[in-house]
Design a protein around this ligand. Sequence first.
Ligand SMILES: Nc1nc2c(ncn2[C@@H]2O[C@H](COP(=O)(O)OP(=O)(O)OP(=O)(O)O)[C@@H](O)[C@H]2O)c(=O)[nH]1
Ligand SMILES: [Mg+2]
Length: 464
Amino acid sequence: MNSETIAAISTALSESGIGIIRVSGSEAVDIVNKIFVSPGGRHILKDVASHTIHYGFIVDPRDESIHIDECLVSVMLSPRSFTAEDVVEINCHGGVFVVKKVLSTVLSAGARLAEPGEFSKRAFLNGRLDLSEAEAVMDVISSKSDSSLKASLNQLSGNISSKIRDIRKDILYNIAFIESALDDPEHISLDGFSEKLYGLLEVWLSEIDKLIRSNDSGRFLREGIGTVLLGKPNAGKSSVMNLLLGEDRAIVTDIAGTTRDTLEEYIRLDDIGLNLIDTAGIRDTDNAVEQIGVERARKAAENADLIIYVVDNSEADSCNVSDVTIGYLDIMKEFSDKKGIVLLNKIDISRDLPDIDFPYPVIEFSAKTGEGFERLKETISDMFYSGIKNDSDEIVITNMRHRQCLEESRNSLINVRNSLDNDMEEDFLSIDLMDAYSSLGKIIGEDIDDDLATEIFSKFCLGK
Ligand SMILES: Nc1nc2c(ncn2[C@@H]2O[C@H](COP(=O)(O)OP(=O)(O)OP(=O)(O)O)[C@@H](O)[C@H]2O)c(=O)[nH]1
Ligand SMILES: [Mg+2]
């Protein structure tokens, strides 16, 4: 176990009711004991029981009559703590200055400032959490919706780890079987093994594929769906933006060409997270500023996960219906590889619908009255979260590193299948099976070297 005792502020650095300084390591109790006294002025932490809370004061060790703050100190002794080391948490008042002052007092008493993620790293190194569980801690903190929180808690509870362990156990058993048969062909026969292995590969590959697929939904859960409002000038894009946002953020006028620059906002719609971008209406224009806006709109659409095409349905009143929509079909062709939704906007003015087959779901919509809003939410949810929303036990991979490891292991398993197809020597099978086994192991933190562990944990925030 690492002997250095570390400390950091574990709550957000802003004014709040309480702030917590976390201290972890074999000296944690001794260090805090030097600077903590009971109301009677005694240093009481030395022999307290684990999982107890104590009231008192953090004091200046050079002059204990100087109180730095009044606080509650909790003691959690090894191994029953987050890091599996001795942990002391000081709950003091949540002012930015006072929290920093308490931290610096703890440091002057002998602790070292923790690096980002170092508490979680220790939890991992001490076997308290495996790597995917430790990473889940971070995901829980950065969760922005119920679904992403659920996915992270699922990961934290070890569901992903246990799935990975099950597959690894099966793979290892079969490697061992091949090796034993090669060592002792007289007693262990590989007859019929190929057929059995084909069957197992099917099962493993389908489970791994399912996890990889869940990652697409997982990314949208975690980071939000990159969504761009696209359409002709005056169609109502900025009005849709404001409706979804619930405030008048974007400028709306009846002048075509109002929006010049892209405008991005993160929006929550129930359980859906959108990184929503309002854009300039697309048209040919001589105005240099507007032209740049149109280019930016196209650029945003190229990078989007979802394009919401806003069509002014009331235009059908004043001109030929095909004129209204013809420009749109051209724009849609440009971005045909993207998911899309068509809003027939201003339906409050005109209910004459264009007789055109759009290649996307079409919603009758009004940014003015809010008609179609619910359908829009349902449609987005079906498009991006289907399969993971209703099934609470569904495992969702939210971490890119996990995805890469899964892809590596899938490739190795496909190699095994190719070797079987080509009647290769059994040695080849076990080499690729071994590769698949170690790639999966990297997800839960087996076979990873220290540098990688440091890199992974350095992405964590301070105090975690
Ligand atoms: N009746 C009605 N008017 C709407 C609706 N949506 C937008 N409008 C009006 O249409 C006009 C244009 O709306 P904007 O939201 O500025 O349109 P835009 O697509 O952002 O336009 P540009 O920024 O110029 O590309 C404004 O006068 C809005 O009030 C709607 O659903 N119903
Ligand atoms: Mg606009």
